[in-house]
Design a protein around this ligand. Structure first.
Ligand code: SF4
Length: 473
């Protein structure tokens, strides 16, 4: 699978294909179960969680309401600290800026910290096209770079890979692979491979978890320490960040950092939380000579002005993804963007287009777990419902589905007709089943019966059973 910018247009086919991959389910089950139970345990020791969620969502809402002010403040303070701030409206503009900076630094090799914004704008491909070697330093990103695959999760990009598959990859690609499939051995092998690359890199590229307006700082969080090595050792540090990442002060970032670590990995705080403020100053012994921050819009100001605005509160913790029943069986690749699961079903139509990503809002059971776990209280099911409504109004739903829904609406609006239709359908299915408890094939319901059997209704319609029970009483 290519690492170029992806499209959500083939969601149905790719989801179908993913359902037939047994290794995928094994990889997902192992990690998702662990993440859910860890989150549950850490929140049991954090009684302020609900209050912190409320404060976190208000911080984000306030900043979004005054985004122009906080972005200007961030630019002023970052510039005063010696960094250069660049603005990019489109992914192409953002990539061009980064490549120009790399070429100015005569970069042959760049190290990179995991950044979904980098994936969103297609930076890996842009670097390859410019002939610049890219070294992914996050362990999971390193794995998928070797496998030449895009990320399938925003926090654990190689979630779809089993330990055994990773061991096979390292055995083929590492210069001196450590033998053995244990996690510790695999980590050691990756460290051995990556350490020399940090020292040889000309430019380090990172994303940002938060941009602090009052200090002009860039905040990154990792559990591997790779952000510090990536940004401190090369001559130039380039940051690519979405404009919605800005928060007013470090204290505001701290509230969100506490929510982020617990929601993402079920830990109280990430191992490495760094604030980078400008390049190396005179007298300092480490840090880059130049620091550049590329602030990317890519549809965000449009979201700010519309119904999808609450989605800009997202702090990319992936809790919604880890609790999504659809993601848990198909993984992240079918979503056709770096953002899978419920958050991707809202964000991708906004970033690509609703025409391209029209199937994503429909790939949802609307069970509401995503909204329950979201640490900044994004009403994901409401946003998904609103996008479904848009696909309907813009006639992006296939004609047969539209006719079926219209027919159902006409029947449902007339209770007497609905009762008769339901009774007739129930009887017809019982006849069709020929006494068996499940129906293997049902006309006009191939989308359901192709992959699972349909249960035969028992005991009449709800109203028939209700009347019968009333009579018994
Ligand atoms: S939508 Fe909420 S739960 Fe999902 S990644 Fe964003 S902040 Fe986390």
């Amino acid at each position: 699978m290519s690492t170029a910018a992806r499209s959500a247009a083939a969601f149905r086919e790719e989801a179908h294909e993913a359902l037939g991959r047994p290794n995928l389910k094994t990889g997902l089950d192992r990690t998702i179960g662990l993440l859910q139970s860890r989150r549950h345990d850490v929140l049991a020791k954090y009684p302020e969680f609900e209050a912190a969620r409320e404060i976190g969502s208000r911080i984000k809402d306030h900043t979004l309401a005054h985004l122009d002010h906080y972005l200007a403040e961030f630019e002023k303070n970052a510039t005063a600290a010696g960094a250069h701030v660049h603005w990019a409206e489109t992914p192409e503009e953002a990539c061009r800026l980064v490549i120009d900076l790399c070429q100015k630094a005569e970069a042959k090799s760049v190290t990179r910290v995991k950044s979904m914004l980098g994936e969103e704008i297609g930076l890996p491909k842009a670097l390859a096209d410019a002939g610049i070697e890219r070294v992914e330093t996050d362990l999971a990103e390193h794995i998928i770079q070797l496998a030449e695959e895009p990320p399938s999760h925003i926090v654990i990009p190689a979630m779809h890979k089993t330990r055994e598959e990773v061991a096979d990859l390292f055995a083929v690609h590492h210069k001196e692979p450590k033998i053995g499939g244990e996690v510790g051995t695999l980590v050691e092998s990756a460290r051995h491979e990556l350490r020399p690359k940090y020292v040889g890199a000309d430019v380090g590229i990172s994303g940002a978890n938060f941009l602090i307006a009052s200090t002009g700082s860039v905040c990154t969080v990792t559990n591997e320490g790779n952000a510090e090595l990536t940004t401190e050792l090369p001559r130039m540090h380039i940051v690519t960040a979405g404009i919605e990442k800005v928060v007013p002060t470090p204290e505001h970032a701290l509230v969100l950092l506490r929510l982020l670590a617990r929601s993402a990995l079920g830990i109280e705080f990430t191992q490495y939380t760094s604030f980078f403020t400008g390049p190396r100053r005179p007298g300092e012994t480490s840090g880059p000579e130049e620091m550049h921050i590329v602030l990317v819009d890519n549809g965000r100001t449009q979201m700010l002005a519309g119904e999808m605005r609450p989605m800009l509160r997202c702090i990319r913790c992936a809790a919604c993804i880890n609790h999504c029943p659809v993601y848990s069986v198909i993984g992240g690749h079918p979503y056709g963007s770096p953002y899978p699961g419920p958050m991707g079903s809202v964000l991708t139509p906004a970033l690509q287009s609703l025409e391209t990503a029209k199937d994503l809002p429909h790939a949802c059971t609307l069970n509401g777990r995503c909204a329950e776990v979201c640490p900044v209280k994004i009403p994901l099911p409401d946003l998904i419902r609103s996008l479904r409504d848009d696909t309907w109004r813009r006639k992006l739903v296939p004609a047969p589905s539209r006719w079926a829904v219209k027919a159902w609406a006409a029947i449902a609006a007339r209770p007497w007709l609905y009762r008769r239709a339901a009774a007739m359908a129930s009887r017809t299915m019982r006849l069709w089943s020929r006494g068996k408890p499940m129906i293997a094939r049902l006309p006009f319901a191939g989308g359901w019966t192709d992959t699972r059997d349909f249960p035969v209704p028992h005991g009449g319609t709800f109203m028939e059973q209700y009347k019968q029970k009333q009579g018994q009483r």
